[in-house]
Every structure is written in C-alpha cells, then in structure tokens.
Design a protein around this ligand. Sequence first.
Ligand code: EPS
Length: 384
Amino acid sequence: MLRYLSAGESHGRCLTAIIEGLPAGLPLALDQIDRELARRQRGYGRGPRMQLERDRVQILAGLRGGKTLGSPLAMLIENKDWPNWEKAMDPVSVSAGDMLTNPRPGHADLPGVLKYRQQDIRNILERASARETAMRVAVGAVAKALLALFQVQIVSHVVAIGEITAAAVTAPHGGLSILADKSPVRCLDPEAEKAMMAAIRTAQEEGDSLGGIFEVIVLEVPWGLGSHVHWDRKLDGRLAQAIVSIQGVKGVEFGAGFAGTRLLGSRFHDQIVLDSRRGFGFTSNNAGGIQGGMSTSAPIIIRGAMKPIPTLARPLQTVDIRTKEATTASVQRTDSCAVPAASIVAEAAVAWELAVAFMEKFGGDSLAEIRDNYTQYLQALAEC
Ligand code: EPS
C-alpha cells in the first residue's frame, strides 16, 4: 500500500513528508521535484510570500544513488520565511501579543478555533494555509516519476478566472502543460489570458481576490485503475476527493461534467468501437476517461472550481472571538488569485491518487516486479 503523511505550518521551520510503500529501484531526480515546486510558485496574482520562498526538496531517507530503497522516503522543504516568524512560531513559548482573534470569512479560522478549542486563530491558519500544498507537489512529483515510467502523463491548464473563460483547447493534450507554463496565468487562449491578467490586476488594486476553474488531463492511463465493486474504490470518487481537498476548491467535474446533464443519453454516451491497433475505444469522451469507477484508457479529464481567496486586503465583516464584538477580518499578506498554482497542485494530487491506484493493480516490492505485472496485464488485455 502506498501512503504518505505530511507535517508543517505555513510559517514554521519547514514542511516535511514521509512516503511509505514506494517500490525499490525507482529512479528519482531531485531537480525534477524542484522543477514541479517552481511551477507551483509561479502565476500572476501570487502575493509577496512567493518572492521570499525558493522551494527546494531535501531527501532525508529512502533514496540512495538516485534510486529508492523501498524504505520510507522522507522529504523536507524549508520555509525561507521562518526566520521572520521564529518568535511567533516558537514551539516552546509564544507571547500573548501575537494572538489573532478576528476570523476571516471563508477561511478555516472560525470552524477551526471552535473545533480545536483555541483562542488564537494562528493555531488554525498555519496548517490550513495553502503553504502545505508545496509538499503535496513534491509528493506528487514522486508519483509522477513512477507513472511516467509507464507512459502516464499528467497535464493541466487554467480554463477560467473570475468572469473570463478561455476558448476550448485545440492544442494536442501531450504538450499542453509546456504551453500553459509559458502563460503567466497558465491559460492557452491569448485573448483570455490578457483579460484574466487585467481582472487580477483590478482585483488586486481593489484589495479583492478572484477564483476560477482549472483542468487536469491524464493521458495513457491503462484500463482498469479503480473498481466498480465498492464505493471507496471508485477512481472518480477518489480523484474528486483529491481535487476538493485542495484549499479553496468547491467543485469538481469529469468529462462533459455538469454541462453533460443537458444532453440526451443518445448524445452523451461514448459509443464503443474496436480499432485493430489500439483495441477497444470510444467515439467521444464525455465520461472523461472513467466509467463505473474504472479508467477506460481514454484521457481522464477533471475540472476543479476554486473560490476566490478568503484573505482580503479590504477585509470583510466578522466577530472577534474574544470580545464577541463586531469587527473586520484580520488582514494578512496574501495572494489575490492562486488558480494557476492550484492547477499545478491538482496535477500533483491526481498523480498521487493514480499512483496509489496503479500500485493496487500492479504493485510489487521492486520496480522490476511492477513492470512484470504491468506487462502481463497488457498482454492479457491484447488477447481480449
Ligand atoms: C496563504 C497565504 C499566503 C500565501 C500562502 C497561502 O502566505 P503568507 O500568509 O505567508 O503571505 O502565499 O501560500 C504559500 C505560502 C504557498 O507556498 O503557496 C494562505 O493563507 O493560505
């Protein structure tokens, strides 16, 4: 079983994770992980914090000579901002003067302090912060390295920011992420890109924030990841959880998604064809690559909807949790739009979930054993 745990506060010393269940012999290049971390840090609309951080992964255990040992892989990413927060985040003693008591609407602040019986909102916001997603991206990069050995490729782009929606993608899916990475908002439509940047600029000037929609596409997934036999084994259910667990994400759809509900069944359903070279396939992909909770070998298409960031420079109304008086929300340094970054986090979240499903299907103690299982399965499929 492939699993991981992460720890780390936004302004603490570092983020850290342990991945358990990786096969022995998986080649891992640190610069590959760092490249993913850098992709997450970019994006028009990010705040001053991203100027401070230079996310780099350190491997503390589980890797020798560039290959995994099959033992737990321990990773660390330093918070470069930590020296500025050493006193406020001291594990042993903090002064009462550093307490935050006015929760931001839309953030974890209020439910967190009530649930955990805290008086200081910082005790909640530090872990709720999207800083945590840096480690998710590192973990996702490890998952991507495993999947890439079996040709599985995960790409993403931004579909909408605020009121602006990009034209449908015409570029081949394969090189889509490379193109998107060249855009400051990771959008493939140049007209929409300009309008998105203008909208972010206006929101920023007005102390406001913007949300949007990103799309993740997964190519070359073999038939049969996930399962129809039990609710918690369905691949779409698992991927939906992975996407909605990203800070600020409020919605998820697959393939034709919500728009598909307007079609008749005869138009919606992807008809089955047989190709002498590729075997079974479909005339369309409204299902988004998953049917009955199992991958169909068609591209998996997932969109996530992210709400506007809840930390606003022009703060909203709230109630002080100590005095119970009406006040305004705490003003924190923040991003004004993080949809481009969220698309990278979504790639990582999807990569992780697919790697878990891949290991369930083909898993072994070594990469060689996984390869054997995978090859045998493909051979059996070819004979179907
Ligand atoms: C975040 C607030 C900002 C963001 C942060 C998420 O951080 P800070 O409060 O330090 O200015 O930059 O995102 C990251 C640090 C990151 O690495 O993505 C929040 O409140 O969620």
